[in-house]
Design a protein around this ligand. Structure first.
Ligand code: NCD
Length: 311
């Protein structure tokens, strides 16, 4: 594996290997701050769209592996603001010889484009509404950690499924496992995209406009925010804002309260009252982002992880 562009590119063996490394790293990094596996390696973060968790968890992952990090900086203080093309920026960055570039962009296909320009590894940290494969890795890792399995999972994915990139990548990754039941819950304007439905069509798939319509038990409820920046229509935003809110009352109406997950940031859809439930796992998800991304870096950079296995 040279580049990570899409969740579709992972197979079950690779996932099992990554999760096992992530688990070992999680244990080791709870005992010591840094494991020196990535000494003399440089990771570059290029975030041309806002981010907190994805950028910082990659930074922490690399630092805690003993590697170096260089940040491109906010777009407005770079030559991008002077009109430099994406291609020129990438060619120039490549000249500095980073080992891996983690790229987020508003543009669908940006990471793939970058991977054809630079010599180092490229990781897609979100390309517009399209995909966010490393978020899906940490989401599925968290499910596996919490439930001890992924096969047979019954999951409700709720919110802005049309403009969100986490529902698509999560669906692509889960589609690799056996016997998954997907419940896509969204107002009709925000339902899951056709191309995603195609990828999961060999599993059981239901669509609902409201959470209350789900009569069966589900293991996980994955909530996402309204992607205001991608709706492009203030009226539509105002109309849809608050149209789905997961309250404790609503959760209690379900057959069983499932694990509650969210890629974060949350806005109106997941009130803080839910945090007190033992099923709320979104902050664990964010923490797991560091270990899962560190595991991914060990694989992409061919780091020697034998010292992890011995503990
Ligand atoms: C997500 C994203 O950027 O797509 N955030 C994240 O990386 N955890 C979700 C979102 O912004 O809604």
């Amino acid at each position: 594996m040279k580049h990570v562009i899409s969740a579709k590119q992972f197979d079950l063996d690779t996932l099992a290997e990554l999760f096992s490394t992530a688990k070992a790293l999680k244990k080791r990094l709870s005992e010591q701050k840094v494991v020196k596996l990535a000494v003399d390696r440089i990771l570059m973060t290029v975030f041309l769209e806002p981010s907190t968790r994805t950028r910082l968890s990659f930074v922490y992952a690399m630092k805690r592996l003993g590697g170096e990090v260089v940040d491109f900086g906010p777009e407005e203080v770079t030559s991008r603001a002077k009109g430099e093309t994406f291609e020129d920026t990438m060619r120039m960055l490549d000249g500095y010889a980073p080992d891996v570039i983690v790229l987020r962009s508003r543009e669908v296909g940006a990471a793939e484009k970058a991977s054809k320009i630079v010599r180092c590894n490229v990781i897609n940290a979100g390309d517009g509404w399209n995909e966010h494969p490393t978020q899906a890795l940490l989401d599925v890792y968290t499910i596996w950690e919490q439930l001890g399995r992924v096969d047979g999972l019954r999951i409700a994915i709720m919110g802005d499924l049309r403009y969100g990139r986490t529902p698509s990548s999560l669906s692509y990754l889960l589609a690799k496992y056996r016997d998954i039941t997907f419940h896509y819950v969204a107002p009709p304007q925000l339902q899951i995209r056709e191309e995603v439905l195609k990828e999961v069509s060999h599993h059981t798939v239901h669509q609902h406009s409201r959470l209350e319509e789900i009569r069966d038990e589900v293991d996980v409820l994955y909530v996402t925010r309204l992607q205001k920046e991608r709706l492009g229509d203030e009226n539509l935003y105002q109309q849809l804002r608050g149209s789905y809110v997961v309250t404790v009352d609503l959760l209690k109406k379900l057959k069983k309260i499932p694990l509650i997950m969210h890629p974060l940031p949350r806005v109106d859809e997941l009130p803080a009252e839910v945090d007190a439930l033992p099923q709320a796992k979104y902050f664990q998800q964010a923490e797991n982002g560091v270990y899962v991304r560190a595991a991914l870096l060990t694989k992409l950079l061919n780091l020697d992880i034998s010292s992890l296995q011995s503990s």
